[in-house]
Design a protein around this ligand. Structure first.
Ligand code: CP
Length: 313
């Protein structure tokens, strides 16, 4: 496969294993640029990229902006605060206005699931989903996969445990689709109250006991407790959650001896992960962040600059 035959990146559920492989290979080749003394290539000169974020972000937004600047694209950044969204301008009108200014590609984060899909139907510009509600966060899924591939060399047969607030997590939805398509065994674990409805229809093994779930796994991906999305008590207290579902040194002893510890960030240290594990020898959390820039460079290249994208707008 030489190019992506699609206009938008909305999720990993509808992506083929060949497309995922192409993105990860492209990211691996682009990563070398990040270690150069002068991190600048002219590939996307003349292209205009807008990050349109209706929710907070540090990693996703900054890494998209850095990726675009490294590839010489022009970038604009729109948030709710400081824009006419705050005066009541609709999502549709915001998109049409910015497209009329010449934006070639929108990176969109929105609290409502499906917003990037609506955007993809509304404008001819390319759309990349940077996290939509409780649905998907495909670039996080891809950067997590790249980190696993770099460290383990393959996906087939890898046992990947994702533990935490499964219900509210768009990270888990992208990871489970991507990893299962590539042949990994995906386990999810969390309190019953934080498992989504119809979890039995997903391509995962479901656990509610972390000590059982962590047994023999190659990777532990720890999710943040998303207190901001919870409108009622899903567990008795934060300290009880930490004692039952927190990843600590003792629990890690049950995983493989070369286990990888991952976290998409931001972390609640002392809640879902202890500081010694977050900063310990098995953690690849900052490597995930670096891989985020590489994956986003790859996607911008494949949608805007790469040969063979026959679905360019
Ligand atoms: N992992 C992630 O999406 O982080 P941000 O919310 O900081 O972008």
């Amino acid at each position: 496969m030489t190019g992506l035959n699609r206009k938008d990146i909305l999720g990993l559920q509808d992506m083929s294993p060949e497309e995922i492989s192409l993105i990860l290979e492209t990211a691996q080749s682009h990563k070398e640029i990040l270690s150069r003394p002068v991190k600048k290539v002219p590939i996307l000169r003349g292209k205009s990229i807008c990050t349109l974020f209706y929710e907070n972000s540090t990693r996703t937004r900054t890494s998209f902006e850095l990726a675009a600047k490294i590839m010489s694209a022009d970038t604009t950044s729109i948030s709710v605060a400081g824009s006419s969204i705050n005066k009541g301008e609709s999502f549709k009108d915001t998109l049409l206005t910015l497209e009329a200014m010449g934006v070639d590609l929108f990176v969109i984060r929105h609290g409502a699931s499906g917003s990037p899909h609506f955007a993809a139907r509304t404008v001819k510009s390319h759309i990349i989903n940077a996290g939509d509600g409780m649905h998907e966060h495909p670039t996080q899924g891809l950067l997590d996969m790249l980190t696993i591939l770099e460290n383990k060399g393959k996906f087939v047969g890898q046992k990947v445990l994702i533990v935490g607030d499964i219900m509210h997590s768009r990270v888990v939805r992208s990871n489970l689709w991507g990893l299962s398509k590539m042949g990994a065994e995906v386990r999810i674990c969390g309190p019953k109250t934080l498992l989504p409805a119809e979890v039995d229809k997903l391509p995962v093994k479901v656990f509610t006991d972390l000590d059982e779930a962590i047994d023999g796994v190659d990777v532990v991906n720890v999710l943040r407790i998303q207190l901001e999305r919870m409108n009622r008590g899903f567990f008795p207290s934060v300290s009880e959650y930490a004692s039952m579902f927190g990843v600590n040194k003792n629990r890690l002893l049950k995983a493989k001896s070369d286990v990888l510890v991952m976290h998409p960030g931001p972390m609640n240290r002392g809640v879902e992960i202890t500081p010694d594990v977050a900063d310990g020898d098995f953690a690849v959390i900052t490597d995930q962040v670096t891989n985020g820039v590489a994956v986003r460079m790859a996607l911008l290249y494949l949608l805007l600059g790469g040969a063979g994208n026959v679905a360019s707008a």
